[in-house]
Design a protein around this ligand. Structure first.
Ligand SMILES: Cc1cc2nc3c(=O)[nH]c(=O)nc-3n(C[C@H](O)[C@H](O)[C@H](O)COP(=O)(O)OP(=O)(O)OC[C@H]3O[C@@H](n4cnc5c(N)ncnc54)[C@H](O)[C@@H]3O)c2cc1C
Length: 381
């Protein structure tokens, strides 16, 4: 395993870091985001300047064609500046992954270019339902076969990007008897008849990214919206592989959040004087900084290892579950330690540290809760 960055990766990281420092962080500092207001396309458009709204889209479809490792490098940088923007990008990566893994060439030609270039769009990935997010078999959204495709009925909930999505990658059952064995993936344009965006979910984290229900009422799914699978590749396997890959981008988001909290705390500890010296020079605070830096390195290396396995085509399920589990816990620990160092100002509403605390906390729920990661790991030990 070799994690030394090549020249292209170094250049890309520097470009994103520069964009984050010069455009994204200053914008985030003076603008608060609310899901009650219209989506603010400014930050997505800034990212589109570097064609990074969905980094994994292949070059032939207008993207940069980054591998998962390089995508994780980019997402860490974005998350360090605006975790909600990283959530938009993570969701795009999820939404296109079933198409990249098993989509037809016409599906690739139709959907992938939408998330590239200047007039960029965003997409959603919809699995969770009111009946449950962890237990796939509890899904109530069914697609019934018709002569021309399927008719879809049900509801998906807590779906990132849903109000703005151009298309939604939806997993649904096709057979009540075989439940998850009958799972299929449908790539559904948001304007399809019978598809509506329901209530906004105003989660107190990652506010830049909007979240909503998606309702299907006899939605007409043409056959070209279905990802065609054969017996050797089930819908459940497609979902599992998509989630396994998605877990490392959540890992990278966690690392970016933790890094932002560390940098904030370090700068404060460098400048704050108590008892006649910088608080950084009180050994207990220095140890806190050591703890943060060491844990961030652990989370980053576990994420990178999982990325490396994915890019090698090696078995990555356990590594990506471990990366998501550990990185999301470390993001909570590190933002918590940063709050201790920043003390009274850490919890000021709307401050960067207060936002980071909330953003880190929710990552143990998204992309399969941390208990679900533990179940995956336990089943593979
Ligand atoms: C900010 C945010 C954004 C999201 N974006 C998306 C999205 O874009 N697309 C999407 O499809 N979903 C999305 N989700 C939904 C998310 O994936 C689900 O919330 C998650 O999978 C958990 O599902 P649930 O909330 O129904 O909890 P439940 O499945 O009801 O779980 C409740 C609790 O029980 C625990 N639990 C359940 N089963 C077990 C078990 N077998 N063993 C041990 N513990 C168990 C869980 O760990 C959890 O602690 C998002 C959620 C949030 C908060």
């Amino acid at each position: 395993m070799d994690f030394s960055l090549n020249d292209r990766q170094k250049q890309l990281v520097m470009q994103v870091r520069e964009l984050v420092e010069q455009e994204i962080k200053p914008y985030v500092l003076v603008n608060s985001f609310s899901r009650q207001q219209e989506f603010d396309w400014y930050l997505v458009n800034q990212l589109s300047e570097l064609n990074l709204v969905c980094p994994t889209i292949p070059v032939e479809y207008g993207g940069l064609g980054l591998d998962i490792f390089t995508t994780a490098l980019v997402i860490e940088e974005i998350a360090a500046g605006c975790p909600g923007l990283a959530a938009v990008v993570d969701t795009n990566v999820h939404a296109v992954q079933p198409i990249l893994l098993a989509g037809s060439s016409s599906q690739k030609e139709r959907y992938l270019p939408l998330l590239t270039g200047k007039n960029v769009r965003i997409a959603s990935f919809a699995v969770t339902e009111p009946s449950g997010g962890s237990d796939i078999n509890s899904m109530q959204t069914y697609a019934n076969k018709t002569r021309r495709g399927f008719v879809l009925n049900g509801c998906k909930d807590y779906i990132f990007n849903a109000p703005q999505a151009d298309f939604i990658s939806v997993f649904a059952m096709t057979d009540k008897l075989h439940k998850k064995a009958s799972l299929r993936c449908f790539i559904i344009p948001a304007r399809t008849t019978g598809v509506t965006i329901g209530s906004t979910r105003d989660i107190a984290a990652l506010e830049y990214a909007h979240i909503a229900e998606v309702l299907f009422d006899n939605a007409v799914i043409e056959s070209d919206m279905v990802i065609k699978l054969d017996e050797s590749y089930s819908g459940y396997l497609l979902l599992s592989q998509t989630l396994d890959i998605g877990r490392v981008v959540v890992g990278a988001t966690s690392v970016g959040i933790a890094r932002a909290a560390y940098e904030l705390a370090y700068e404060y500890a460098e400048n704050r004087l108590q008892f006649g010296k910088k608080i950084k020079n009180h050994q207990a605070v220095a140890y806190d900084l050591v703890e943060m830096a060491t844990k961030i390195e652990m989370a980053r290396l576990m994420t990178w290892k999982a990325c490396w396995l994915i890019d090698q085509g090696d078995d990555y399920t356990i590594a990506s579950a471990m990366a998501k589990l550990s990185a999301s816990i470390i993001a909570q620990e590190v933002t918590g330690i940063a709050a201790d160092i920043l003390a009274s100002r850490a919890f000021e509403k709307g401050s960067v540290s207060e936002q980071l605390l909330r953003d880190a906390r929710v990552l143990s729920t998204v992309e399969g809760t941390n208990n679900i990661q533990r179940n995956i790991i336990a089943s593979l030990l």
